[in-house]
Design a protein around this ligand. Sequence first.
Ligand code: 3PG
Length: 306
Amino acid sequence: MTKVLVATEKPFAKVAVDGIRKVVEQSGFQLNLLEKYTDKTDLLKSVANVDALIIRSDKATKEVIDAGKNLKIIVRAGAGYDNIDLTAATAKGIVVMNTPGQNSNAVAELAIGMMVFMARGNFKGVPGTELKGKKLGIHAYGYVGKAVAVIAKGFGMQVFTFDPFISKELIEKDGVKALNSAEELYKTCNYISVHIPSNEKTKNSINFDLLSKMPKGAILVNTARKEVICEDSLKQMFAEREDFKYITDIAPNCHSELLKFEKRYFATPKKQGAETSEANINAGIAAANQIVGFLKTGNRNFQVNK
Ligand code: 3PG
């Protein structure tokens, strides 16, 4: 029997698992569940005899991929697939997909919530400022960036973006101003919301040169990946710019060093951007449907290792 493994260190909401199970079992496949595992060997054992794998930020390393002797497809129920060794998967003919857009609203709502939290002095009962009228720079205009723009406009923010992969015409149809460079974006905006993926080109790309262009009192919001921000530059910004604030859903490696800036720095204890029932249901069920589509009819829509 065809087996689908859901392996999630950070489990989906039960309602999402029920939905995934329904899709898998109605297709005549078997669902195996490995949740909250703490030891990599549990994943290595569980993946050994399955045909398909659904993961979240779980690391699908070469070791995991090699252990999956029958693996034909891995679906990352979410957007970023920097946790999957694409080279190893491709070498073994394993199809890798993500589920773009399925959890983006949850992440966008968190990004906006983080802006309000910082604007209101970390909810400590102190006077603050409003988002209305402020300039928001969305760094990359993908599914999450677009969702952030929609909400920000509702708050009355002026919305800007820089995304070299999307035409200015398409962006400006949404009432968002497309700028020519990341430098221009960081220089222009009071708030920057980071939505670039983590890859060889983007790692450490948000550096001091870029950050130091931000205007006085600027707030940087990161719900994307910690790796895209150069940590030495971040530390330099905190040391040299008393007005600079940073809030993130992915604590940097230098987290403990930044804790002393408690009024200007905040990190969630655990990444929670996509931690809503709705996002879990959307991404989890989309992943299950994509697996069924691929195994039954060869549908490769959303394949990322072409
Ligand atoms: C994503 O890339 O989809 C988000 O970062 C969410 O990741 P998660 O599924 O691990 O919460």
